[in-house]
Ligand binder design. Structure first.
Ligand code: ZN
Length: 280
């Protein structure tokens, strides 16, 4: 079969915001893990330049303002930048949620000269309210849900989960969902985290992760032949040496295949939307 695969390398540049906002960390040791995100980002940008492949970065406003030199390189080197909130927090109210979304947009638009068209929910905590906000603020796509793997779909509004009957699917919006999955995300596999919720062991062997990531790509290529392969990575996680070598090996593996194209999420969203007009 002649495959037709789009590969999206996506990077959530959480940096310090994950530890300060997401985990409410107090120690400098924990916070400095986010500082390493700058080191990882620079290494990744060098690799992407060497491969000449575009990628998509979801950047919290806090990371953009803390590390403007990373944002400058992203823009100069042609990578897409999407909205990832401001401080990687879970909003306290619907008003707070909108404020964070708009604040993230303001920071990124000011720094890049371009309004983001894509959104990824910090920590994959997308709320129903956020779907409405993405529609209201004119977003083209989201990448926070897991309702499919290699095939985009339209986000829905008004889903209901009654306890005495089947799940009720709401109405499709015009915002494209490009699904992600924790299995193709570096954070749970590699990061050792202790929190009030328990311990996330992480620290997986890169070979074990390679098997999962390459396994999904091979299944898509060999058995389905058409679709979007999305990796979700964090510069502070994938940026460690042994993991970068694994990523290099994976990209080399992917590049041996015909009719595979590395592209951005916004390019995928607009091509998919054109082929599947909303309401059709
Ligand atoms: Zn994040």
């Amino acid at each position: 079969m002649d495959a037709n695969i789009s590969v999206c390398l996506t990077f959530d540049f959480d940096a310090l915001s994950l530890w300060i906002g997401g985990f409410r960390a107090g120690s400098l040791s924990a916070i400095s893990r986010g500082e390493f995100g700058r080191v990882g980002a620079m290494r990744l940008l060098d690799m992407l330049k060497h491969w000449s492949v575009p990628s998509t970065w979801f950047v919290p406003g806090h990371s953009a303002e803390t590390f403007p030199q990373v944002v400058e390189r992203l823009v100069a080197e042609g990578h897409e930048i999407g909205n990832h909130g401001y401080l990687h927090t879970h909003p306290k109210s619907p008003e707070d949620e909108e404020h964070i979304l708009v604040h993230g947009n303001e920071v990124l638009t000011r720094m890049t000269g371009r309004r983001p068209v894509g959104f990824r929910s910090p920590g994959a905590g997308l709320s129903e309210n956020m779907v409405g906000l993405l529609v209201k603020h004119g977003f083209e796509y989201d990448s926070s849900l897991m309702g499919d793997d290699f095939t985009p779909y339209y986000m829905r509004i008004g889903d209901r989960a009654p306890e005495d009957g089947p799940y009720v699917f709401g109405k499709p919006t015009n915002v494209v969902e490009i699904p992600f999955t924790w299995g193709l995300d570096d954070f749970p596999a590699f990061e050792y985290v202790t929190s009030r919720g328990g311990i996330q062991q992480g620290l997986a062997s890169p070979n074990a992760v390679y098997d999962i990531w390459a396994g999904d790509f091979d299944y898509l290529y060999d058995r389905i032949g058409e679709g979007i392969y999305t990796l979700t990575m964090h510069p502070q996680v994938i940026g460690r040496g042994h993991r970068l070598l694994m990523l290099e090996r994976l990209v080399d593996h992917i590049r041996t295949h015909r009719r595979v194209k590395f592209t951005t999420m916004s390019a995928v969203a607009s091509a998919w939307k054109q082929a599947h007009p909303p309401g059709a």
